[in-house]
Write a protein that binds this ligand. Structure first.
Ligand code: GTP
Ligand code: SPV
Ligand code: MN
Length: 613
């Protein structure tokens, strides 16, 4: 394309290295046009997408989109971390040599955007001016307009984020080519998709999807994989799949900040958007900072452990979001929010959207309703009647500024000090409601041995029990031994150590029902954790951490079966001893795991042996 220079000039994109990058991939992908995107282009691009049928209206200021039916979640098998150093190979990062993967990706991308527009999205994954902002600068090239609309919501977008860099070369090069979705053999032996982060070159090459983290490269590929790798090589920070919230006690005026990870589709968004239970609403307030990614670092001046959310938006699971479970989430996607819904059920006549759990029963009058694949509900055969209307991984996309409980200081450069780090996930048995851990190595050990049921956020995995270290397994960028060491180094460098905790909202009875009501009630165990940190409660010591004594948990306004409560506040020694055996096997996979982690493991094992309950 002869006019690349002229287009970039007109767009005011001056960074010479970015310009070279754009020209190189415009040539390779064969795109017909180039368009540089700023956040202010949103309204026009929405209009174009509506006209092109890529979006449909979902009421005033809300939009609906449907992805290709074999392109609905992250593919873990096809996601790869590449570098030139085999030492970066871990157990979970699916490492392959860069010199093997790069040619494959470049070949797939060659000419693959012919006839299309290549959008240039300069972005920042960080609040502007944050200490880690230099690592959050990137440019995504994509041939897909809905991806642009998502990126505008999920990150800070504009040429100003790349133009005046101290080192013009310090940006992540992120290339997304959609490919011919009906002909990519998704999930077959002939799968043609590849999602590669060439971490030591800070280059992301994704081919063959337009969905979620496969395509919004600022989010998972940069925000988590590249971020984690950069945090390790710079020795400066951690990039984690964590939510980040503030809990304000209006009586004392103090705000606590809690961060932590649950595997995908296990409640981070819900926790971050949590409204306190009505009975506690006068005293406490929960503030949203982030629901999926946090970068953690030690402030050089104060020595405090700090955290920030590099994202600008929410890509949240729709399923079971309703007025009872999460009124705040509904507030973030209401009329005029400019939210985009993907793969939920849609009624083009009334412009309504629906998903499982939005209301207890689906709309009684099915006239006009289409399922997530676009098929009329009214034409379903009796065999199809039980199929969900919405895809289980259907999502809503909205910006942080639309979240009703957004923290007043969410966009400030400083970040917030971290009081607690929590881990959790879907665990049917064994894991109590909450167990607090005060020793740093034991806390990190606990994160590394996080075991949970896999969810529908990744293709074909739902329900499988697996270890998911720090809830980061699908985003692990380098070896687990190095990861553990780096994690310990960062936390140990902080002057005030955070308290750790393991939480579980998902313990089930023999009849399959959840023993803990969850959602807004989850504030209660977190309040207990803050009281424990302050020394206001003592809890009950067990080998796997400190559990709340029943009377310490604030249960005002909550009706709960006492036997259920007893179950979620106790541990089963035999079950835990069995778990310790599995953990040893899990940890043994990781070469040069720090001795401090093994010591923590042996301590817990010995304490369990001696434990009388
Ligand atoms: P990713 O965006 O995939 O990383 O996931 P996430 O951790 O942000 O997941 P999210 O908060 O969107 O939760 C996903 C699912 O968990 C939804 O279907 C929720 O209804 C369900 N969920 C969240 N919190 C609770 C809870 O406290 N109890 C129960 N039973 N379900 C919950
Ligand atoms: C996850 O799967 O953990 C997500 C959604 O947060 S995606 O961006 O698709 O990875
Ligand atoms: Mn996630």
């Amino acid at each position: 394309m002869a006019n690349v220079e002229a287009i970039l000039d007109a767009a005011g994109l001056t960074n010479p290295k970015v310009r070279e990058f754009v020209a190189e991939y415009a040539e390779l992908t064969g795109a017909e046009r180039i368009e540089v995107v700023n956040a202010s282009d949103d309204a026009r691009l929405i209009q174009e997408a509506l006209e092109a049928g890529e979006l449909e209206p979902a009421g005033k200021g809300r939009y609906y989109s449907r992805s290709y039916h074999k392109d609905t979640a992250r593919s873990e098998e096809r996601t790869v971390v590449s570098t030139s150093d085999p030492k970066d190979k871990g157990v979970y990062n699916n490492w392959k040599p860069a010199d093997e993967m790069k040619p494959i990706l470049l070949e797939k991308m060659k000419g693959a955007s012919a006839g299309k527009t290549m959008y240039v999205i300069p972005y920042l994954m960080a609040p502007a001016g944050n200490a880690l902002a230099p690592w959050g600068v990137g440019v995504e090239l994509t041939d897909n307009r809905p991806v642009v609309l998502h990126m505008i919501r999920m990150s800070r977008v504009g040429v100003q984020y790349v133009n005046d860099l101290e080192d013009p070369n310090l940006f992540v090069r992120a290339v997304h080519v959609t490919g011919d979705l009906p002909n990519l053999g998704q999930g077959t032996a002939d799968d043609k998709r590849w999602f590669v982060t060439v971490a030591d070159e800070r280059t992301i090459l994704h081919f063959g999807s337009s969905y979620g983290g496969n395509a919004l490269l600022g989010k998972i590929a940069h925000g988590l994989r590249q971020g984690a790798y950069d945090g390790w090589t710079s020795k400066k920070f951690l990039g984690e799949q964590y939510m980040l919230i503030g809990i304000k006690d209006k009586e004392t005026g103090k705000t606590y900040h809690v961060t932590g990870g649950f595997p995908s589709a296990s409640g981070k968004t819900n926790l971050a958007m949590m409204l306190p239970p009505d009975a506690l609403g006068d005293r406490y307030e929960v503030y949203f900072y982030g629901d999926d990614i946090a970068w953690l670092w030690v402030d050089e001046k104060t020595g405090k452990l700090m955290a920030m959310n590099p994202e600008n938006g929410v890509f949240g699971v729709a399923k079971d979001t309703n007025e009872v479970t999460n009124p705040t989430a509904l507030g973030s996607i209401d009329e005029s929010s400019e939210a985009i819904f993907t793969n939920v059920a849609y009624n083009p006549t009334t412009q309504e959207v629906w998903w499982e759990g939005a209301t207890p029963e689906p709309p009684a009058d099915t006239t006009g309703w289409l399922d997530w694949k676009g098929n009329p509900i009214s034409e379903r055969t009796p065999e199809q009647a039980g199929e969900p209307w919405a895809h289980p991984n259907s999502r809503f996309t909205t910006t942080l500024s639309k979240v009703p409980n957004i923290a007043p200081d969410w966009d400030e450069a400083a970040g917030v000090p971290v009081d607690a780090i929590i881990f959790g996930g879907r665990t049917r048995d064994r894991e109590p409601l909450i167990r607090a851990i005060t020793d740093v190595a034991e806390g990190v050990y606990d994160g590394l041995t996080l075991g949970a049921e896999a969810t529908f956020a990744a293709e074909g995995k739902e329900g499988v029990l697996r270890y998911d270290p720090m809830s980061n397994r699908p985003f692990m960028a380098y070896g687990e031994g190095d990861y553990a060491e780096h994690y310990l180094n960062i936390i140990n460098a902080a002057t005030d150590k955070p308290i750790f905790a393991h939480v579980n909202w998902f313990q089930r009875g023999e009849d399959g029902r959840f023993l803990w009501p969850g959602y807004r009630e989850n504030l209660r165990p977190l309040l207990w954790l803050m009281q424990l940190k302050e020394g206001d409660v003592k809890g009950v010591r067990t080998p796997v951490g400190i559990l709340p004594a029943k009377e310490e948990l604030n249960l005002e306004g909550l009706e709960i079966d006492q036997a259920d409560l007893d179950t979620v506040l106790s541990i089963d020694k035999a079950r835990w001893q069995q778990e310790i055996g599995y953990r040893a096997e899990h940890l043994e996979q990781f070469p040069h795991l720090p001795e401090a982690i093994w010591e923590a493991h042996r301590r817990v094992e010995a304490d369990l042996e001696a434990y009388e309950g």
